[in-house]
Ligand binder design. Structure first.
Ligand SMILES: Cc1ncc(COP(=O)(O)O)c(C=O)c1O
Length: 421
């Protein structure tokens, strides 16, 4: 409930905001992502600022609880908010090492075709990424390729639900259980995606999320970790904030090496400071209520974009998600047939002339990246599909800020090039 004085300015803020972000423009930019918020998120954050609540506080706790409930996780599992999806991955794995669930030198299976901080954090922590190929049909980890990548040192599988399209979790969980491996789901691109009736992020042992500005819902920067093993909860919280002791209720605590000491300054492990701010969480709480509706529009937009490219099916294709999944699309995937008249880069340049932003599938094939290629990792198989995806794949925006003018512009851009062929 807003205070009466704030209620008075709410409509003015709304007017100002709508004037600055007019979606009815005739040829608006077709951006890859768009932060869709309104006066409700602004006021939620403003209320925090007016109360001098800047750092981690009650809204962070509420946001953690709300997201955990949204994922329908068991009551004793934990949700830990952090300042980015990259930090979520870092804290998740650092805590697993700290809790001796993993040791330095252990191997973690990861898709080669994904974003950098899925595997860069593994190098940083002394773990060994084992790069596995993706399926060309979904751009997700290929379960068959996982099986052949398992060695005596393998301890975990990091699954990424690429562009919001769920990976084959039943097969992956079966492989993990047969081989006693942990499963961490990177859901940074997959808010509100469902696999066989379950939310992605609720299936593996742990999961991570990003609330970066281009994602389905946003807090500007932000992330969250989910963990079913409640013994890890305090470790995750501690690593998130300096390594400090988390579970002492009393202000002063007796430590054998420190004597009686202010418990807030007892550091039980090595940590970072990657906390979420309270005003970011205040925005997140409002955003989360909109996620299902926003994703519905993303799926409707996927249908429109699919029908536009279907006219050029000799040259362009997209991913057809399987019937038992409901994708929470992050972007609209397009695969450019390498035997067609235009390569991927030329098509991107052409679309950008029409004000349509494009991106490759993140880092392409990660072990080929300059910062990664000489580090210690294992490449399993030839990664043929990951390199095909790197060369030929791209994605464009699919968010709810797009309108009819954007779709017509996209159709025109494709027509102007393929109808000359
Ligand atoms: C699969 C994946 N993991 C992790 C991240 C990192 O998230 P952030 O940008 O919030 O650090 C991203 C970023 O988009 C991502 O796509």
């Amino acid at each position: 409930m807003l205070k009466p004085r704030l209620e008075k300015i709410k409509s003015l803020i709304s007017e100002e905001f709508n004037e600055r972000h007019d979606f009815s423009l005739k040829n608006p930019k077709h951006t890859v992502g768009w932060p869709l918020y309104d006066e409700n998120e602004i006021f939620s954050a403003l209320d925090c600022l007016l109360d001098l609540r800047l750092s981690q506080g009650d809204n962070v706790k509420k946001f953690e609880k709300a997201y955990k409930e949204y994922l329908k996780l068991p009551a004793d599992s934990s949700a830990i908010a952090v300042n980015s999806g990259s930090s979520a991955n870092l804290v998740a794995f650092a805590s697993l090492i700290d809790f001796e669930k993993l040791s330095m030198g252990d191997e973690v299976i990861v898709p080669a075709s994904t974003f950098a901080t899925v595997s860069s954090i593994l190098y940083q922590l002394g773990l060994v990424p084992v790069y596995v190929d993706s399926e060309l049909e979904t751009w997700n980890l290929d379960p068959k390729a996982i099986e052949s990548a398992i060695s005596k040192k393998t301890r975990a599988i990091m699954v990424v639900h690429n562009l919001g399209i769920p990976a084959q979790m039943d097969e992956i969980m079966e492989i993990a259980s047969k081989n006693n491996l942990l499963v961490i789901e990177d859901c940074c691109e997959a808010h509100g995606s469902y696999y066989r009736g379950k939310q992605v992020g609720s299936i593996g042992d742990m999961a991570t999320l990003s609330f970066f500005v281009a994602h389905n819902i946003t807090t500007g920067e932000g992330g969250m970790i989910f963990c079913k093993d409640k013994t890890l909860t305090n470790k995750l919280r501690s690593v998130r904030e300096f390594g400090r002791a988390i579970d002492y209720k009393d202000r002063y605590h007796f430590s054998p090496s420190l004597g009686e000491y202010d418990s807030r300054y007892i550091f039980e492990t090595l940590g970072y400071n990657v906390r979420m701010t309270d005003f970011a969480a205040a925005m997140g709480l409002v955003q989360l209520q909109k996620l299902e509706t926003l994703n519905k529009t993303r799926r409707a937009n996927a249908k429109i974009l699919t029908s536009i490219i279907s006219e050029y099916s000799d040259f362009l294709s997209t991913i057809n998600p399987s019937e038992d999944t409901i994708p929470g699309y992050y972007g609209f995937p397009i695969y450019v047939n390498p035997n067609g008249p235009l390569n991927r880069n030329d098509l991107c340049k052409h679309l950008e002339k029409f004000n349509i932003e494009t991106r490759p599938n993140m880092g392409g094939c990660l072990p080929d990246q300059p910062g990664f290629k000489d580090r210690k990792h294992v490449v399993s198989g030839k990664l043929k599909n990951s390199r095909l995806i790197r060369e030929n794949a791209m994605f464009i925006g699919i968010h709810s800020g797009l309108n009819q003018a954007n779709f017509e512009n996209f159709a025109k851009a494709l027509k102007s090039i393929y109808c000359k062929v």
